[in-house]
Design a protein around this ligand. Structure first.
Ligand SMILES: *Cc1c(COP(=O)(O)O)cnc(C)c1O
Length: 383
């Protein structure tokens, strides 16, 4: 099956009792048994498995080319599950420009349990090799990163740790499998905040893991079952419904993202633009190798460098909504230093380049002309 077919049919079947084309929302916590321990249909208790969640999990495995999908109550619950594969003393190497909530979980929750986190740029093999120790058990990547759209060469990382007892996990929230398939490039685990593009309609908080092989999938399922961070049946249905239009939406997000990026590139008030399809992007070559499209996330800074200009701009946008989050059909804008990335210490933000005037756009699937006209009128309020 090819991707456009997979998002609709991958891992799906009609409901056997009635032939319903869509999986019903199975609002049940428990399932009747024939005799103690003898199940009617394989289902026992919905924390372990629920048919609606199962349909979503099978879809996730299909679209990411993995062996097993797992759906969680949030993206962070999915990351929490991966970290629980580790034991005290183990070391994690993570990309330095990380989603704020992931950084917060790593440093404020898991360091307490004696996991050690090293943050690097993954700029080359030598840098990576210099921080790998015999305690390194997990590599945590995001590509493109949030909000600076830095890329990590997934294949380079996977090749570097090949044969070692080190898992490579990729947060694929920004790209989605429409654009990049980390498991095909050698990663072991893909993670999603399904709240974003997979759900796609800003109406649900959800997370996902996809394991490359069944054995790892089983270990993760055990942690999911034992810790309990599952996604409920109604929310599972919403994400499954979102995935059906993933291919259409991602193409439009990518087309509009490129139009907006080109517009910003020529704007007199704009200093830097972060978008991997622009040839000005420092990793443009990697982008064209690793990604088939470039998505709807575009970040930029102001020539003035002034936070006040960014705030004025954000107060005046009308089609774009000033809000956290991303990946929905509607366009959003955010000031990472004060919103999504406020949990990253100021000095660290400065080193990374998350300046106070950096604006992050999640370009939606509206008409690009309307989006650009909106940006134009918001820029015009700055004097
Ligand atoms: C939103 C987000 C998360 C966290 O997901 P939640 O669903 O909000 O828990 C993790 N990684 C990235 C890249 C995100 O954008």
């Amino acid at each position: 099956m090819k991707f456009n077919t997979k998002v609709i049919h991958g891992g799906q079947h009609h409901e056997p009792a009635t032939g319903a084309v869509n999986v019903p929302v199975f609002l049940t916590s428990t399932f009747a048994q024939k005799s103690p321990g003898q199940l009617l249909s394989g289902y026992e208790y919905s924390r372990g498995a629920n048919p609606t969640r199962q349909a979503l999990e099978d879809s996730l495995a299909s679209i990411e080319n993995g062996a097993r999908g797992l759906a969680f109550g949030s993206g962070l619950a999915a990351i929490d599950c991966v970290l629980k594969l580790l034991s005290p003393g183990d070391e994690v190497i993570a990309v330095d420009d990380l989603y704020g909530g992931s950084y917060r979980m790593f440093t404020r929750l898991f360091e307490k349990y004696q996991l050690k986190f090293t943050f690097i740029g993954f700029d080359n093999v030598e840098e990576l090799e210099s921080v790998i120790t015999d305690k390194t058990k997990l590599i945590w990547l995001e590509t493109p990163t949030n909000p600076l759209m830095k890329l990590v060469d997934i294949k380079m990382v996977a090749d570097t740790v090949k044969g070692k007892d080190i898992l490579v996990a990729v947060d694929n929230t920004f790209a989605t499998p429409y654009i990049q398939k980390p498991l095909d490039l050698g990663a072991d685990i893909v993670m999603h905040s399904a709240t974003k593009y997979l759900g796609g309609h800003s109406d649900v908080i959800a997370g996902a893991l996809i394991a490359k092989d069944a054995e790892l999938g089983e270990k993760l399922h055990f942690i999911q079952f034992a810790s309990g961070g599952i996604l409920g049946p109604h929310d599972s249905y919403l994400v499954l419904r979102g995935i059906k239009t993933l291919a259409l939406r991602m193409q439009r997000h990518s087309d509009n993202g490129f139009e907006v990026a080109k517009y910003l590139e020529n704007h007199s008030l704009v200093e830097k633009i972060y978008y991997p399809r622009l040839s000005s992007h420092p990793q443009y070559d990697l982008a064209t190798r690793q990604m088939t499209e470039f998505g709807g996330m575009v970040s930029f800074t102001f020539k003035s460098g002034k936070k006040e200009d960014a705030i004025k701009f954000l107060e005046n946008i009308k089609v774009f909504t000033l809000a956290e989050s991303l990946g929905g059909v509607e366009s959003l804008a955010n000031l990472p230093a004060m919103m999504t990335h406020a949990s990253i210490p100021e000095d660290k933000r400065a080193v990374l380049g998350i300046t106070d005037d950096l604006v992050r756009l999640s370009v939606g699937i509206e008409d690009a002309e309307d989006l650009i006209a909106d940006l134009e009128q918001a820029f015009n309020t700055i004097n």
